[in-house]
Design a protein around this ligand. Structure first.
Ligand code: NAD
Ligand code: UD1
Length: 341
């Protein structure tokens, strides 16, 4: 019988891609999402890719009775992948209580009900934001966790701490995945990233500019101490990231985890500057991208990329797709959304 996994935020960007990877690997998913940052149409995209329309609950995880009902109605759940959260750094500075309430209350209700219903395997979406501006790159899982610069970042640090404490006290096994910069879309272009309003992240801003929705890309800062002066990040294809969840889940279900809480960096191990991303996009698409330089964005760091040794050694997982693959897939998706030939 197929193992059934509760995927919170399963209609969001990373969650939806992970659901397709779960089906590909022989799992079944039950999705809960309040559609605060997604639409039910994503379920159609998942169905076209997998041939299955997963069971879907439109519920808010801040509502404890809803969370209880989902567990009560799904007695076969074997694990949880918890994506659901509010994720915009800038918005979190303007609306800190929304972020603390949504990201932490949801986590607490979910964990309580998991324990009450005997679900012992939990994967949590964390972020490389916990490393702040690192003194040394690449960062390993041992690199210091620095004070958060935003309420969003703080919710990820506190989320990690809550799960550490609960796992020590209870029968719960946890994998914390610290994502670097997820980009790209499913190669079929059936699902992808659909940010609300003006995109805050680099790649959707690039694809929307190329599609003519935005006038030009502003590159925030060309005076960083990096080879070309623009900031450096570790851009990972969202399908590679999705695959990392499948591998982590299998490790938990097989009892192969070495500690009750394990943490893994999920990146490619390569850093690319903003200008390199722009150039790669132009090469891949044959389109020239209008851009200009603008001042640094508040809260941005100069450079971060992942040391992925631990994930390779322990999970046997390594990103296999290139930045060019990710940008080609992101562009295919944008063209589909905008109905561009
Ligand atoms: P997303 O906004 O696309 O997906 C999150 C989903 O959760 C959305 O569909 C939203 O509607 C849903 N959701 C939010 N609050 C909810 C609630 N209370 N109840 C039910 N559903 C709720 O974001 P994403 O990019 O897919 O990110 C997924 C996770 O990964 C988040 O926890 C995010 O913080 C984390 N993360 C993302 C990135 C990134 O660059 N995208 C980087 C590091 C970590
Ligand atoms: C940001 C968050 C991170 C979060 C992630 C997902 C910060 C400091 N970090 O990562 O915590 O997990 O988003 O939401 O906010 N850029 C431009 N022009 C643009 C957009 C971006 O030059 O229009 C640059 C940025 O300055 C940065 C790089 O592109 O150097 C990547 O930016 P972005 O995609 O927003 O991701 P991060 O800031 O790395």
């Amino acid at each position: 019988m197929k193992a059934t996994i509760l995927v919170t935020g399963g209609l969001g960007y990373i969650g939806s891609h992970t659901v397709t990877a779960l089906y590909e690997a022989g799992f079944e998913a039950v999705i809960v999402d309040d559609l605060s940052n997604s639409t039910e149409a994503v379920l159609d995209g998942i169905a076209r890719i997998t041939g299955v329309r997963p069971e879907f609950y439109k519920e808010d995880l801040r509502d404890p009775s809803a969370v209880n009902r989902i567990f009560a109605e799904n007695s076969r759940l074997e694990g949880i992948i918890h994506f659901a959260a509010s994720k915009y750094v800038g918005e979190s500075i303007e609306k800190p209580l929304l972020y603390y309430e949504n990201n932490l209350c949801s986590l607490i209700h979910l964990t309580k009900e998991a324990l009450a219903h005997g679900v012992r395997h939990f994967i949590f979406s964390s972020s490389c934001t916990v490393y702040g501006e690192p003194e040394e790159v690449p960062v390993t899982e041992e690199s210091p966790v620095l004070p958060a610069v935003s309420p969003y970042g703080n919710t990820k640090q506190i989320g990690e701490e809550i799960l550490q404490d609960v796992a020590q006290a209870e029968d719960l096994n946890v994998i914390l995945l610290r994502y670097f910069n997820p980009v790209g879309a499913h190669p079929t272009a059936e699902i992808g990233e659909l940010p609300r309003g003006v995109p805050q992240n680099l790649v959707p801003f690039i694809t929307q500019t190329a599609a003519g929705v935005r006038e030009e890309l502003k590159i925030f800062g060309n005076d960083y101490s990096t080879p070309d002066g623009t900031a450096v990040r570790d851009y990972i294809h969202v399908m590679d990231l999705a695959e990392a969840h499948v591998v982590a889940l299998k490790r938990l279900l097989a009892g192969e985890n070495k500690q009750k809480v394990e943490v893994f960096n999920v990146g490619t191990g390569r850093g690319n500057s903003v200008l390199e991303v722009v150039k790669t996009f132009e090469e891949v698409t044959g389109k020239s991208l209008p851009y200009s330089f603008a001042p640094r964005r508040a809260g941005d760091i100069s450079a971060v990329w992942a040391d992925t040794t631990k994930a390779e050694r322990e999970l046997g997982w390594k990103a296999s797709k290139t930045l060019a693959d990710a940008l080609a897939d992101a562009w295919r998706w944008e063209k589909k959304v905008r109905k561009i030939k």
